[in-house]
Design a protein around this ligand. Structure first.
Ligand SMILES: Nc1ncnc2c1ncn2[C@@H]1O[C@H](COP(=O)(O)OS(=O)(=O)O)[C@@H](OP(=O)(O)O)[C@H]1O
Ligand SMILES: Nc1ncnc2c1ncn2[C@@H]1O[C@H](COP(=O)(O)OP(=O)(O)O)[C@@H](O)[C@H]1O
Length: 540
């Protein structure tokens, strides 16, 4: 079963206000039998919880204020045990006094119970959380996790240890490789060299720990594609380490240390962290001592004369090929260009092309925003026609039409406008997921809601925001539907631009001002942008 899809459909349904309850009736019923409140932690905390429950962390639960402070400040628990990152449970105000809590997955299925030992207030923002209420205490396993994708690969440390013992490899060194990007030739050389040279001359087994977001299957597929080029007996395990992005309050290297602790739980004796080219490893001085050695990883370069990869010190700078960075690889895929065979194995390239098809085939949401009368519908209609002529399948979700169909009965309050836009976004994201072009033309006055739609769409394809920036005076002078006159006369309350806000986008891919251009010119400008961005073939 595709759990990912099911879960996203559920989340999507809930967000757009459609009936998610039917689907989740079972779980909710179970929650109600328990008197403790049921709470679904945010994704970072869920990642911590899974590692607590599966033995990836040697911690019994979520930290007290003293433990968190000591960890942040000294990189140690109060008893002196080294531990790199705070592991805390942020809860909303409504749960700040709870004595027990059932911790549930995003679908509401219980995962664990928490007996609260301390309720505290966090002043420092740890990780990416703002300050707020925290609950500390030990967690008790309730049920095996079912959420997220690739469950069968999310093996607990004990499972891997068991497999190695059965295979008779338990006494061999284990090189863990933390991978959070596809493994290209440079990384594969680095891993093979580490396994063969650095760790007891070829006796090492390799365990690739794939660090990927909960609902992402693509990265894992791309990493698994490199399996034949990894040492024999390489094992793979999927995990979600709490994000690095929010580590602003922590000294450098703390997340490397966390990876080392998790790797050690899997019985690893050494850790290699795969890094993008040009990303320096934090020095041991900066990060402090690790529970197992973190290998520096030899530098490799591609020698253009010899046409092979060699240790960097054996390749003269003028003969070294420059490796494309992750953003460049993304752009090559978007343009449908072949990834060079010296750079990545054909199998990995094929998987990446499958996951990130060229933009001419990739799903796209083209989202127009602007005041009433700015020209959204007129331009969107013309663009839809042009995109169709270029051979792509198009769905036009015009503001007025959506209001009559999908969002009938909604008002123009902020709440209802947001719901309207999220519904449009949900439909657009589905169209995008199936490789189509969704063209949306609502006012969408709120930046935060537009950002939500962008995020929803970008899980499955591309998002292109067009701000139709026709000034209010021009829209009002046009007053095609006579609505501005009515709004000025007070007959329409909460009218955008007159008595209701419009937040100008700062993240638009294209800004159009229609006051000095014809409709045809505006349409042509959008089509040209789609062509130059690679979403439409050049020759149309
Ligand atoms: N109070 C108020 N404010 C703004 N617009 C109003 C209002 N009442 C009705 N209309 C008409 O509804 C159209 C906008 O609907 P949208 O769904 O695009 O609006 S929103 O994105 O949900 O804010 C908008 O159509 P367009 O002119 O095509 O933008 C108006 O014709
Ligand atoms: N460059 C232009 N692009 C789009 N519309 C224009 C342009 N110049 C003038 N207009 C006129 O502005 C009006 C825009 O109305 P409409 O497309 O319904 O706007 P919206 O959907 O944003 O409410 C139309 O009457 C259209 O003819």
């Amino acid at each position: 079963m595709d759990l990912d899809r099911t879960e996203r459909t559920r989340a999507g349904r809930a967000e757009v206000g459609l009936d998610a309850n039917q689907l989740d009736a079972d779980q909710q019923g179970q929650g109600q039998q328990d008197t403790a409140p049921v709470f679904t932690p945010d994704p970072v905390t869920l990642a911590h919880l899974e590692l607590i429950l599966n033995g990836g962390y040697p911690l019994p639960g979520f930290m007290t204020s003293e433990e968190a402070a000591s960890t942040i400040k000294h990189g140690r628990l109060p008893d002196g045990t080294p531990w790199p990152v705070p592991v805390t449970l942020p809860v909303p105000d409504t749960l700040a006094d709870a004595e027990r809590l059932v911790l549930a997955d995003p679908e509401g299925a219980p995962l664990a119970e928490l007996d609260v030992s301390e309720r505290w207030w966090c002043d420092d923002s740890d990780r990416d959380h703002e300050h707020g209420h925290r609950l500390a205490g030990e967690v008790r396993f309730a049920r095996p996790p079912m959420y997220g994708v690739l469950r069968h690969l999310r093996m607990a440390p004990a499972e891997i240890r068991g497999q190695r013992a059965i295979g008779g490899f338990a006494d061999r060194p284990l090189l863990a490789v933390l991978a959070d990007r596809p493994l290209h030739h440079r990384s594969l050389h680095q891993i093979r060299a580490a396994a063969e040279e650095a760790v007891e001359e070829g006796r090492a087994e390799v365990l690739v720990i794939i660090n990927t977001p909960l609902d992402d299957e693509g990265l894992t597929a791309a990493i698994l594609a490199a399996e034949p080029l990894l040492p024999p007996r390489t094992r793979f395990v999927v995990t979600t380490l709490p994000t690095r992005g929010g580590a602003h309050t922590l000294p450098t290297g703390r997340y490397d240390l966390l990876a080392a602790h998790v790797a050690r739980a899997y019985d690893a004796t050494h850790l290699l962290i795969d890094r993008a080219p040009g990303t320096p490893a934090p020095s041991e001085e900066d990060r402090g001592p690790a529970p197992i050695p973190i290998l520096p990883g030899a530098e490799w370069r591609y020698d253009t004369r010899e046409e092979l990869w060699r240790h960097a010190d054996q390749v003269a700078p003028d003969r070294a090929e420059t490796e494309p960075g992750d953003a460049e690889v993304e752009e090559m895929l978007a343009r449908g260009r072949e990834l060079p065979s010296w750079f990545t194995p054909a199998r990995v390239a094929a998987e990446l092309h499958r996951l990130r098809p060229a933009r001419t085939r990739r799903g796209l949401t083209l989202f127009f925003t602007g005041l009433s009368g700015s020209g959204k519908s007129t331009i969107a209609r013309g663009v839809a026609e042009g995109v169709r002529r270029a051979g792509r399948s198009v769905t036009l979700l015009d503001g007025d039409v959506v209001r009559r169909m999908l969002s009938a009965g909604l008002t123009f309050s902020r709440e209802d406008r947001d719901l309207n836009i999220r519904r449009i976004g949900y439909v657009a994201a589905e169209i995008t997921r199936h490789g189509g072009v969704a063209i949306c033309a609502p006012i969408a006055p709120y930046a935060a809601t537009r950002a939500q739609v962008r995020a929803m769409v970008e899980e499955n394809g591309d998002f292109f925001l067009v701000h139709v920036a026709t000034p209010l005076e021009v829209c009002e002078a046009r007053d095609r539907k006579g609505l501005y006159a009515k709004a000025r006369a007070g007959e329409i309350p909460e009218f955008t631009g007159v008595s209701d806000p419009y937040e100008e986008p700062t993240d638009a891919e294209l800004v159009l001002d229609t006051q000095d251009t014809t409709e045809g010119e505006s349409v042509a400008e959008v089509l040209a942008a789609l062509r130059s961005g690679g979403w439409l073939p050049d020759h149309n």
